[in-house]
Design a binder for this molecule. Structure first.
Ligand code: 8YV
Length: 324
């Protein structure tokens, strides 16, 4: 008998077709009524789940008694209660590697866009305000040769650092739980405590996973350690930054600007950030390219399929549940 798979976020018609070759597939459909109701009804019958952007823990999964695997179409897995899944023997998989370069590209776009005021001045031009040469109040700040601080030197952090070092001649500082000697050798990156990094960097790029330890890692005290001329970029997770504290710092001129792809609450329909010309605000698009989203979907599909067919999935987060 075919196992049942529940898609917990929208999946493409092509993905649905692929899944249907091996499994019964339940895809909640807004045309058929309340999405949450359909989701909850499907849970007790589901052996596998695939999707992204939904909190899944004890409360949501209590009734999913047959569940074997949750395949997330994301690299970050802060939406999942990993210890609960592990306690239940449920596999959790993610999609690392395939989004590293596109997310780093986006990080660098935010550095460039914030420094050179790209989005702000694009809106200015289109609003018909360009009636004479641009003067100092609209000048940006240089990127080339400035110091880039990477908070969390994982794969994505290293990819941002490479762009800075090799493309823009930027000295690289980094902070985190451990020294990364390979990156130190490759890019001449220097390890700093977070406080030192904040004080010395012209651009601070946040690339740490969200956990209890990194929640509000950047708040009023940390922002006050940064240079007045510095720019904060967040391509990791919103709650790493205390958002009201950041808004205050942007208003007061504690720092020069911020480039944000992620927020404490998503999606975000209104925010004081939208009214600040020194904040670039993107709608969580780190991995949102055609090629990368396709690669993530492929990887998540392969993980789910392997797990449900009794093979060890490539990207098993909680390896201790694998019984071989
Ligand atoms: C996605 C991400 O936007 O992979 C992650 O952790 O944050 C992004 O790639 C998100 O997971 C939705 O697919």
């Amino acid at each position: 008998m075919k196992k049942t798979v529940l898609a917990f976020s929208r999946v493409s018609p092509e993905m649905a077709e692929r899944l249907q070759q091996d499994f019964n597939v339940i895809i909640p459909d807004p045309k058929k009524g309340d999405l949450n109701e359909q989701f909850n009804e499907a849970l007790p019958h589901s052996h596998g789940m695939i999707g992204a952007g939904r909190k899944l823990g004890r409360e949501q999964l209590e009734s999913a008694r047959q569940l074997e695997v949750v395949s997330s179409i994301s690299v970050g897995y802060d939406n999942y209660d990993v210890s609960y899944l592990t306690e239940r023997g449920i596999m959790l998989t993610n999609t690392p590697d395939v989004l590293t370069e596109s997310t780093a590209d986006l990080g660098f776009s935010l550095i460039m866009s914030s420094a050179r005021r790209v989005a702000e001045l694009d809106a200015y031009t289109k609003a018909g305000k360009w009636t004479r040469s641009i003067e100092a109040p609209h000048f940006g700040t240089d990127v080339y040769g400035k110091t880039l601080g990477i908070v969390g030197m994982g794969n994505i952090g290293a990819a941002v650092a490479r762009r800075g070092r090799l493309g823009f001649n930027m000295p690289i500082l980094y902070s985190g739980n451990s020294r990364k000697t390979a990156i130190e050798q490759e890019l001449g990156a220097q390890f700093r405590t977070l406080d030192q990094l904040l004080a010395e960097s012209d651009f601070v790029c946040l690339v740490v996973p969200l956990s209890e330890k990194t929640k509000h890692l950047i708040s009023t005290r940390e922002l006050s350690l940064m240079k007045k001329s510095a720019i904060l970029v967040n391509i990791a997770r919103g709650p790493i930054v205390d958002e009201p504290a950041l808004i205050e710092a942007l208003k007061n001129g504690t720092i020069r600007g911020a480039g944000l792809d992620v927020y404490e609450k998503e999606p975000l329909a209104e925010s004081p950030l939208f009214h600040l010309s020194n904040a670039v605000t993107l709608p969580h698009i780190g991995s949102a390219t055609d090629e990368t989203r396709q690669a993530m979907a492929d990887r998540a599909y392969a993980n789910l399929r392997a797990a449900l067919l009794g093979e060890k999935p490539q990207d098993l987060v909680n390896a201790q549940v694998w019984k071989g």
